[in-house]
Design a protein around this ligand. Structure first.
Ligand code: MRU
Length: 351
């Protein structure tokens, strides 16, 4: 029996026979279910409801959604087609606000469409561009993984928060890509994954994909981060990102700021792994929108209610970690070190 791995063979999102195929992540870890879409509104819904999630995976899904809208368009002129694409882009863009990869992916496809000539040629080129984006995502993750693996030592126990793995990208992963590459380089490592309430990306997705691929992985409740660090159980931390601004402020899953603060308290190196497509070189940190999600994510687990009816809930999906808590930012173009304003600028100049 062929064992599929999250390193390459299992794709989180893909294009096949003019349809978008995704792993339904709401069903994990209990069921590995693939869903297929032929309507961009279905893709938008999949992003909103976290059938697909994770910044790079959302970016590629948005691009595939636009490619579907091109196929769905009944336009007879280029102008009409571009107008249909703009409508679809607005729907896809408004699904989730924090991960900058979504607008990055949508803009890249629109650029190709606008530079096109005939309707058929535009439809073909936006599909090809979205497919190229998906293929490049895997190569970028592998390069980033190699770049980051040098920061980790043999017998390290590495903590990670949320899921920045194959399931948050097309395959291989960003932070989990670094962990995969560290193992591939021959180092013996262990991983500690935080549960990552309220949507439990750590327990449902990270623990699932690492255990599936044979890693020595342990799961902790988010409230045990301090305990594990204070008791010397953690050597280093690596997480992903949804948006990094030019000053080095990093926006990632809620709880990342707490993990970084604890790591600083205990002198534990704290790394972020993210592709250049996750950098927002225009916005200031205070301008970044933090997605606020429904209270029901917090007042229950699955069908089980765990809070009184009518309780007020504050449920931000992301937080900001300031640069002074970050030991290094791992990208496909190299590793940025403090002061970040300079080192991030250099990464883009090298790009
Ligand atoms: O709400 P999610 O599951 O989309 O949040 C995902 C994260 O915060 C990831 O850490 C981030 O997107 C990096 S993915 C490589």
């Amino acid at each position: 029996m062929i064992k599929l791995s999250f390193e390459t063979s299992l794709k989180t999102v893909a294009w096949k026979d003019n349809k978008v195929i995704m792993i339904d992540q709401t069903k994990l870890p209990n069921h590995l279910v693939f869903v297929e879409y032929d309507d961009y509104n279905q893709v938008a819904d999949a992003i909103r409801t976290m059938v697909v999630r994770g910044a790079p995976a959302i970016g590629v899904s948005g691009a595939f959604g636009l490619a579907l809208s091109a196929l769905q368009s009944k336009a007879t002129t280029k102008e009409e087609l571009i107008s249909d694409l703009e409508k679809a882009k607005k729907v896809l863009f408004e699904t989730r606000p924090t991960a900058v990869n979504l607008s990055w992916g949508l803009e890249k496809i629109m650029k190709v469409a606008i530079s096109g000539i005939s309707i058929d040629q535009i439809k073909e080129s936006v599909i090809n561009e979205a497919k190229k984006m998906a293929d490049e995502d895997i190569q970028i993750n592998k390069t980033m993984g190699k770049n980051g693996s040098v920061l980790f030592d043999n017998n390290d126990t590495i903590m990670t928060h949320c899921n920045a793995g194959a399931l948050a990208t097309v395959a291989y992963g960003t932070a989990l890509g670094v962990i995969r590459a560290t193992r591939e380089s021959g180092k013996n490592i262990k991983v500690i994954a935080t549960e990552t309430r309220p949507v439990q990306q750590g327990s449902r997705l990270t623990a699932f994909e690492l255990k599936h691929d044979g890693f020595d992985v342990s799961l902790i409740p988010d409230t045990a981060v301090g305990y594990t660090m204070a008791n010397g159980l953690v050597n280093k931390v690596v997480v992903g990102a949804d948006r990094i601004v030019r000053t080095g402020h990093v926006f990632n899953k809620i709880g990342t700021y707490q993990v970084a603060t604890m790591a600083k308290q205990h002198g534990i190196p704290f790394y972020v792994a993210a592709p250049l497509s996750t950098f927002d070189m225009k916005s200031n940190a205070q301008d970044v929108i933090i997605e606020m999600r429904k209270g029901i994510e917090v007042t229950g687990v699955g069908d089980k209610k765990t809070a009184p009816d009518g309780i007020n809930v504050i449920n931000p999906a992301f937080d900001m970690t300031p640069p002074e808590l970050i030991s290094g930012i791992i990208t496909e173009k190299g590793i940025a070190k403090p002061p970040y304003e300079e080192s991030i600028k250099k990464l883009f100049e090298a790009n």
